[in-house]
Design a protein around this ligand. Structure first.
Ligand code: IP8
Length: 236
């Protein structure tokens, strides 16, 4: 049975400066706009955000030894703290969940049941070894666990590009063409793969629902949260 749940990922590039050399640079104005849009429509929602320049440069700089992972996590924590603080300034009861400490569908469900907005983020995690867990993977996992109705990826681009144009609807066959078109996100310190990897994860997902990739500005976020189509619709 499908739920009414929406999962929204705010890409790190929406709320932080990820340009070459940028380190823990918050985009204050954009963060406020994101939180303003969310404050108008956050029920039945799980929020996930990327690490941006509070995580990717750290992985490169410190690595994933216990000490490195500790430093990476603390960077992610600083961004989560800022995001959740601004959400509460907009009267949204953010419930921060840090995957390095605890991560399960149960804790997310408990937060939802108690009237919170669960806020998760890309982080380091301890599995067989210490590794990076992308917010994109969290989205896919939670979409499967909750049988989400809609998924949104708010990014710093208008949607998925093919031959220089934003694609309105993207299907599995078009992904092949995109392999040549997209490649790695240029000039960005991204250790988890960028747009192409995001799309691959969606197509690997064991749950069918509508997904959208769009520019994470106030108007688009508002539209998406109201259930409207925005940016590129990914047909999974
Ligand atoms: O920005 C990456 O998460 P993402 C997490 O959602 C770290 O891919 C620690 C770089």
């Amino acid at each position: 049975m499908k739920s009414e749940l929406t999962i929204l990922k705010i890409g790190g590039s929406v709320i932080t400066d990820k340009s070459e050399g940028a380190y823990e640079k918050l985009k204050e104005v954009e963060l406020k706009e994101v939180c303003r849009a969310m404050s108008e429509n956050w029920k039945n929602l799980i929020l996930v955000h990327g690490a941006g320049s509070f995580g990717h440069p750290h992985v490169r700089r410190f690595g994933l030894s216990p000490l490195g992972a500790s430093k990476v996590h603390l960077g992610c924590l600083r961004l989560s703290e800022r995001f959740c603080s601004v959400l509460t300034e907009f009267d949204v009861p953010a419930y921060p969940i840090h995957p390095f400490l605890i991560y399960s569908a149960e804790i997310v469900e408990k937060a939802l049941r108690n009237g919170f907005l669960p806020v998760l983020h890309g982080d380091v995690v301890m599995n067989e070894r210490i590794e990076v867990l992308s917010g994109d993977d969290i989205v896919v996992h939670l979409a499967e666990a909750f049988k989400a109705k809609r998924i949104g990826f708010a990014t710093d681009v208008d949607g998925v590009y093919l031959n220089g144009n934003v694609v309105e609807k993207l299907d599995r066959n078009m992904l092949e063409k995109m392999l040549a078109e997209i490649g790695e996100s240029e000039g960005k310190e991204d250790v988890t793969g960028g747009m192409l990897r995001k799309l691959q994860r969606l197509y690997e997902m064991g749950h069918k629902c509508s997904a959208y990739v769009f520019k994470g500005n106030y108007e688009n976020l508002k539209k998406f949260l109201q259930g409207e189509k925005v940016g590129t619709e990914v047909i999974i």
